[in-house]
Design a protein around this ligand. Structure first.
Ligand code: UDP
Ligand code: MG
Length: 309
């Protein structure tokens, strides 16, 4: 069993998380490893990981050369994991380690993906809940992949699924979508998230959330590009109707009061035009990123006691 934990400035959580994980997984009786992926932390996260691994051979650590983001950290964990199943979870104990036994039990019964669904708590900000709901509704209507808005990045993946994910070489990562895209039998466990341990705010800034949302849409749907064609057709038809109206009025000698109508018309068309260019640019930008084939993360250090088998 491999447990992958991305950590970005989580010095206050890791020791507690390790203690809870150790208790749960030892009871389970499987041999296991915990892979902490330090996503370019600027606090003491890495020294805690190296400390933990010095005293516990099950602890492995991978350190990024800078902050590459949660998705890249999850990917690095999956790439380094050696288990027959891999569990991914957050470092801040919002994902209760006690659920792991249930996840493993279901996996032993033959379920390839055991996902979890976060039940909303009132103290999760209204803004975050609303934007998440809106995003997943939009995502599901634009792409063929469906994602429930409560699905968390706390899940167990069978080795077969992990290998499939690793065979997908895209640079723009949206693992939530990739897991759904792969298919296979899946079971979902509901849980109530704990409050974040270690104080501080979510490491997911608004900016990081927006980048993730955009990556999700551009890498899972080309519908916006097709929509822009439909919008183009509609505005063209409207323009033709308007032109006919203008010509007929002119021929009848009732020239339309020009300035206001022209300003309204042009600003509307330019608005639409710029939105469509914006949509196109997003896809172009993503294509450039994909074409460059840069590594998806860079490891600067690692600690590992387990000899490769
Ligand atoms: N995280 C990361 N890199 C980042 C941001 C977050 O590895 O750039 C990790 C973070 O340490 C945590 C997990 O991703 O283990 C989820 O982050 P957080 O708990 O802050 O997000 P939230 O619970 O608000 O979704
Ligand atoms: Mg959290």
């Amino acid at each position: 069993m491999s447990i992958v934990v991305p950590a970005f400035n989580e010095q206050d959580c890791l020791r507690r998380l390790w203690i809870e994980l150790e208790t749960v997984v030892r009871e389970e009786g499987s041999s296991f490893e915990v892979i902490f992926v330090d996503d370019g932390s600027t606090d003491g996260t890495w020294s805690i990981i190296t400390d933990l691994s010095r005293t516990n051979p099950e602890v492995r650590g991978v350190r990024f050369s800078r902050n590459f983001g949660h998705q890249s950290a999850l990917l690095a964990g999956l790439e380094h994991a050696r288990g027959r199943a891999v569990i991914t979870m957050d470092a801040d104990l919002q994902h209760p380690p006690q659920l792991i036994s249930e996840m493993i039990a279901r996996w032993r019964r033959g379920v390839s993906i055991v996902s979890t669904r976060r039940l909303d708590r009132e103290d999760v900000g209204f803004f975050k809940r609303l934007t998440a709901k809106l995003f997943y509704a939009m995502f599901s209507s634009l792409s063929e992949t469906r994602i429930d808005h409560g699905k968390a990045d706390f899940r167990l993946l069978d080795r077969r699924i992990v290998d499939l994910l690793l065979s997908m070489s895209e640079a723009t990562l949206f693992l939530r979508g990739m897991v759904e895209w792969v298919g296979f039998s899946q079971e979902v466990i509901d849980f109530v998230p704990n409050p974040r341990v270690g104080g501080g705010r979510s490491r997911y800034t608004l900016r990081k959330m927006l980048v993730l949302a955009l990556a999700g849409i551009t890498s899972f749907s080309v519908t916006p590009l097709r929509l822009s064609f439909a919008i183009g057709v509609v505005t063209t038809l409207l323009s033709i109707a308007y032109a006919i109206f203008a010509v007929v009025s002119a021929l009848q000698g009732q020239v339309v009061r020009a300035w206001t109508s022209v300003v309204c018309f042009f600003s509307f068309l330019f608005g639409v035009q710029f939105i469509l260019t914006g949509v196109l640019s997003e896809y172009l930008a993503q294509s450039i990123v994909e074409l460059k084939r840069r590594p998806r993360y860079i490891v600067s250090d690692s600690v590992d006691h387990i000899s490769p088998d």
